[in-house]
Design a protein around this ligand. Structure first.
Ligand code: AHR
Length: 322
């Protein structure tokens, strides 16, 4: 059929109608977020993943979720795949702090905003990410140290030998919790860290390393400082298998505040847990929506956290959400 003025007009009208019809559908198009999770190494991480998935569903956000199994190269691969898929926002919890410049620059060049959750990165150019949502890990370490100073004071300021189970080497929570704790206990010359080694934030490794500590230091150990509850729970098993009483023969201070820690406290096997809040999903979704809408967001968003000694465990347990 030859093109006449009438058919051209018809095409134009149809095109205009298509445009009008397309607008509401486009506006309703759900946001797509590519999220690279550290792994499934702890009870905390399970709660964090559940929070992110539930919040995405609730906000009608299309979530592309990738589990990195504690490997940085898997996270780099996932981020590159999100770039190739042209997601609207990339979010991730970096397993370690360094080594992100190249891939974050690739995301920036592709004009895809990046939000960090839970753990921080060390980059020379802070414009490589738009916001970081998560805990203050240095402060968590300080809180653990302050609890121990207080305990030492109440117990006649006797010398206390400490062993430390560190988190994943090179991760922000391991570095910061170590530094925060060391800064506070440096004020008391009677508190001495005998051994400090990584347990990679897992129960199995926490148990294995505690067994080695017990073998080399024996009954010299008075205190265990674990960078997370899972390692403390693994260590509790090792302490019991060595014929000692966790929470009594060895005072245990750990971080996270998961239900497993409360259960251990109620049995008298753990002395205190410093809270680290994993329920970051709703804030992540709100921040991603704001970023996608071109609204300004805070560069650093922190969360409210408490300290739970064994004395309050039974009362607090029913209120725990993770
Ligand atoms: O980054 C947060 C830490 O990672 C949590 O304390 C720990 O349990 C997790 O594996």
């Amino acid at each position: 059929m030859p093109f006449t003025r009438r058919t051209l007009l018809g095409v134009a009208v149809a095109a205009a109608m298509a445009c009008v019809a397309a607008t509401p559908a486009q506006a309703a198009k759900p946001l797509t977020i590519g999220f690279s999770q550290v792994g499934a190494e702890s009870e905390w991480r399970t709660a964090n993943t559940a929070s992110i998935k539930a919040a995405a569903r609730q906000a009608n956000i299309n979530l592309k979720f990738a589990d990195a199994q504690q490997q940085q190269q898997n996270q780099v691969k996932a981020i590159r795949s999100f770039i190739a898929q042209r997601v609207d926002v990339i979010a991730f919890s970096p397993v370690v702090e360094t080594g992100w410049e190249t891939v974050l620059r690739e995301a920036k060049n592709a004009k895809i905003p990046v939000i960090l959750t839970d753990r921080a990165v060390k980059v020379s150019d802070p414009s490589l990410y738009v916001s970081f949502i998560g805990s203050d890990f240095v402060e968590e370490g300080r809180r653990a140290g302050r609890w121990l100073l207080d305990y030492a004071k109440k117990n006649g300021d006797k010398p206390l030998n400490i062993v430390e189970l560190q988190g994943t080497v090179g991760s922000a929570p391991a570095t910061d919790r170590k530094n925060g704790f060391a800064e506070v206990i440096a004020g008391n010359p009677k508190l001495k860290v005998l051994r400090s080694q990584t347990g990679d934030f897992t129960r199995a490794k926490g148990k294995e390393v505690m067994e080695a500590f017990l073998k080399s230091e024996g009954k010299n150990i008075n205190v265990l400082y674990a960078h997370n509850d899972d390692m403390a729970i693994g260590a509790i098993q090792a302490i019991e298998e060595a014929g000692l009483k966790p929470g009594k023969d060895i005072v245990i201070v750990s971080i996270d505040g998961v239900r497993g820690a409360f259960e251990a406290m109620m049995k008298g096997k753990l002395n205190v847990t410093i809270e680290c809040n994993p329920l970051l999903g709703p804030t992540l979704m709100q921040t991603a929506q704001a970023v996608a809408a071109g609204q300004p967001v805070a560069k650093r968003i922190t969360v409210q956290e408490g300290v739970f000694p064994a004395e309050v465990a039974a009362k607090e347990f029913p209120n725990r959400k993770y």
